[in-house]
Design a protein around this ligand. Structure first.
Ligand SMILES: O=C(O)C1=C[C@@H](OP(=O)(O)O)[C@@H](O)[C@H](O)C1
Ligand SMILES: C=C(OP(=O)(O)O)C(=O)O
Length: 445
């Protein structure tokens, strides 16, 4: 297995331009496909997750051109819901933002078709049952091909068998916000009014703001009767805005901001605090840990709190926070905990759904934090990390999880001379193939 050893240096200085957002890229591609007109999507993320969405759209007959550097796509919209006949096989890697949104989009296809959708082994362990069951309850035909509640799936659709009566969909929100995103994105083009009721507390709420914001860019309005609980969507068409720009990825930005907070001064460009991406709010968790945050148009900057470091000997201080709203960036706070005074305890709460992501992230984080010397309590839905006196050099298992690799790279910012080895560093290709090249630009500077 490939490995990458990072020498320790407590310094991180510089400016990084963050590649496009995965969440925005895949939403904007799907909406461009469902829209009337042609859309130029610029600053598209070039990564595995976006590749799988593009591949799927191609299989579904959507015509598009991608430029040579693969950061721009010109998509010819279908002018509404898919109207496909025939058999289709879609492999979607481990891209939740392709897999979940396409389930509802295909379930409402208006044609005599059969879609088989599958992905990497881990995608078959990530739940989709709440979404599938909610759609089947209103007459869709989605079958589990293997284990109930999980992919692979077969979706069968028939021409003209959809009634035009208003639809009311009940769906739990506590496992993944991507289920609600999936239904929201297809709802306007089904041809009838759709009401969505969340039957349990929604996780990862800001991702719904991203979804609604993208839909608005395509001229569609959703009535929010109760925020994150009840939505009504009238029949509408997505109208291409002709050009949409993908903002930099706020989750990708979080690693560099954390590096600045530990190692000196790092600015990320291509994202700012006006973004709809909830992971921008990672900066408030960093601020609570003592970091100095500033921002303006097109950038966010994180600096080390040198007064705090003079007082305590450490750049950060421990926190106890509920980070349900920033599930991806929150993993960085578990790493930040290592840079707090020895013996101090950081607690991250309400993060049960870390367990159903690229790996069981609560277990993976706990294992690897222990490997570098921290004391860890892995709760069912929380993580406690006690900063160690001395870090240990370790080979970090990354569990085919890009965020494990990116998070643990930051352990190399220690001033104890302890190096860190990242196993399978190329797993960052899911959302950030150039991560280690960018990290090298600031680390040790
Ligand atoms: O809709 C999205 O773009 C995402 C939603 C989140 O998932 P959950 O809603 O499953 O927490 C997040 O973790 C994922 O990386 C991207
Ligand atoms: C959970 C993630 O991805 P996905 O979109 O596959 O859910 C992630 O990127 O951290």
């Amino acid at each position: 297995m490939e490995k990458l050893t990072l020498k320790s240096s407590p310094l991180a200085h510089g400016t990084i331009t963050i590649p496009g957002s995965k969440s925005l890229s895949n939403r904007l591609l799907l909406l461009s496909a469902l829209a009337k007109g042609t859309t130029k999507v610029t600053n598209l993320l070039k990564s595995d997750d976006v590749y799988w969405m593009l591949k799927a759209l191609e299989t579904l007959g959507i015509k598009y051109q991608v430029n040579e550097s693969q950061d721009q796509a010109l998509v010819e919209g279908n002018g509404g819901i898919f109207t496909l006949d025939g058999k289709y096989d879609l492999f979607l890697g481990n891209a939740g933002t392709a897999f979940r949104p396409l389930i509802a989009a295909l379930a409402f296809n208006r044609g005599d078709a059969e879609f088989t959708i599958h992905g990497e082994p881990r995608m078959h362990e990530r739940p989709v049952g709440d979404l599938v069951d909610a759609l089947n309850a209103i007459g869709c035909e989605i079958e589990y091909l293997n284990e109930k509640g999980y992919a692979p799936l077969r979706i069968v659709t028939k021409k003209d068998n959809k009634s035009l009566d208003p639809i009311s969909i009940n769906i739990p929100g506590n496992i993944s916000s991507q289920f609600l995103t999936s239904i929201l994105m297809v709802a306007p083009v089904i041809g009838t009014q759709v009401t969505i009721n969340l039957t349990s507390e929604l996780v990862s709420k800001p991702y719904i703001d991203i979804t609604l914001n993208c839909m608005q860019k395509f001229n569609v309005e959703v009535e929010q009767l109760e925020a994150y609980k009840k939505y009504v969507i009238k029949p509408q068409s997505y109208l291409s805005p002709e050009k949409v720009i993908v903002e930099g990825d706020a989750s990708s930005a979080s690693y560099f901001l954390l590096a600045g907070a530990i190692g000196g001064d790092v600015t990320v460009q291509g994202i700012d605090m006006t973004s709809t991406q909830g992971d921008k709010n990672f900066v408030y968790a960093l601020e609570a840990m003592g970091a100095k945050i500033s921002f303006g148009e097109g950038f966010i900057r994180a600096q080390k709190n040198t007064e705090l470091e003079q007082q305590t000997g450490y750049p950060l201080k421990a926190v106890d926070l509920n980070l349900n709203h920033i599930p991806d960036a929150a993993m960085g706070i578990a790493i930040a905990a290592l840079f707090c005074p020895p013996g101090s305890k950081t607690i991250i709460r309400d993060i049960y759904n870390w367990r159903v992501k690229e790996t069981d992230r609560l277990a993976a984080m706990a294992n690897e934090l222990k490997a570098v010397g921290a004391q860890v309590v892995e709760g069912e839905d929380y993580l406690e990390v006690v900063a160690p006196e001395k870090l240990k050099a370790a080979e970090i298992k990354t569990y085919n999880d890009h965020r494990m690799a990116m998070c643990f790279s930051l352990v190399s910012l220690n001033k104890q001379g302890v190096e860190v080895t990242i196993l399978d560093p190329k797993c960052t290709s899911k959302t950030f193939p150039t991560y280690f090249t960018e990290f090298n630009k600031i680390h040790g500077k």
